[in-house]
Design a protein around this ligand. Structure first.
Ligand SMILES: Cc1ncc(COP(=O)(O)O)c(C=O)c1O
Length: 325
């Protein structure tokens, strides 16, 4: 996913050229990981370009900033408008969205308070994170030798850059050992999540996912999948799970803005279920993609259309529930 280096980036209230979106090397964030950020997506739907769960993402950004005592001069509504303005300025039909709130340039020292709290929004075009094939065939993963952060160390409810030092260790180990991803356990040895994805398991048609207390990011896709699954009539349990549940699951899959819904076909070279995308995973994938691709009505109000005049007229009746926001 290399950048084209063109287009606009929103920085502290102005749209600037990609090449000019620079910060000083002495900025606090560079040295101390003092940023909180979001990763969201805008999809091209038959009714127009639409951001998925934008409000939920921007709310989590505000939550992350609050946890880290970052007093941004930009509120949620302003940053949400900045996201939409940036997509429009770049004329994207579909893109990845990266708002970031960070401690800027003033002085260096662990105490971040003297530094300004700056904000930026980047957008760029991006395909399937684990490859298009992965969505159908699934990925081979390992249990990482790295654990997620222990409680009361690095708060996992905050999506902070600092947490991604841990994610990088998990991802690098997996890549070096020939796997697509790593699944980390929490500090008690229970299943947590991937380096950048939440995790679901299926056994006897019951769907399981680790609770927030198992050091997971409160994923927006995770919430969406729980909603879709319950609507499809599945029982969903948030449960603390031992590692070996990974080996005896009928199905396993990752979810996240980047990974969307990606089946897991093996863990530590033990085949999961039949070693291919299972029926529950497929049903949830369809439920998810039908909404984000605009093929089913947006009955949960998850889509925010980007351009004036969208959503375009629905084809056929019964799709009038979509509301432009
Ligand atoms: C560590 C981690 N867990 C889970 C997720 C999935 O979260 P979401 O569905 O909000 O993208 C992400 C992606 O942001 C992540 O980085």
């Amino acid at each position: 996913m290399s950048f084209t280096g063109t287009g606009k980036i929103w920085m502290n209230g102005s749209l600037v050229d990609w090449a000019d979106a620079k910060i000083h090397i002495a900025s606090h964030v560079v040295h101390y990981g003092s940023a909180v950020f979001e990763g969201a997506r805008c999809y091209e739907t038959p009714r127009g370009s639409a951001c998925f769960q934008l409000d939920a993402h921007m709310r989590r950004l505000m939550d992350s900033a609050r946890i880290y005592r970052m007093d941004s001069s930009f509120d949620q509504a302003t940053l949400t408008a900045a996201v939409l303005d940036t997509i429009r300025a770049n004329e994207h039909k579909a893109c990845y969205i990266r708002p970031i709130v960070y401690r800027g340039y003033h002085a260096l020292g662990v105490n971040p308070f003297p530094c300004p709290v700056d904000a930026a929004v980047l957008t760029w075009e991006w395909g399937a994170y684990l490859g298009p094939e992965a969505l159908e065939k699934g990925v081979d993963v390992q249990v990482s030798s790295w654990s997620r952060a222990a409680p009361n160390t690095f708060p996992t409810l905050a999506k902070t850059s600092a947490n991604y030092a841990n994610s990088q260790l998990i991802k690098m180990e997996a890549v070096v050992q020939g796997y697509s991803e790593g699944i980390a356990l929490d500090s008690f040895g229970y299943i947590s999540e991937g380096s950048g994805q939440n995790l679901f398991l299926v056994r006897d048609e019951v769907i399981y996912t680790p609770p927030l207390s198992s050091a997971v990011l409160p994923g927006i896709t995770r919430n969406s999948i729980v909603t879709i699954a319950r609507d499809l009539g599945f029982q969903v349990k948030e449960e603390v799970m031992p590692r070996e549940m990974l080996y005896i699951a009928d199905e396993a899959f990752f979810v996240g803005t980047a990974a969307e819904v990606t089946p897991i076909r093996s863990v530590d070279k033990i085949v999961v279920g039949a070693g291919r995308r299972g029926p529950v995973t497929e049903a949830l994938q369809s439920g998810f993609f039908d909404i984000i691709n605009g093929e089913k009505p947006d009955r949960y109000g998850w889509l925010t259309y980007v351009y004036p005049g969208e959503p375009r007229q629905a084809v056929g009746a019964g799709q009038a529930s979509q509301v432009a926001r």
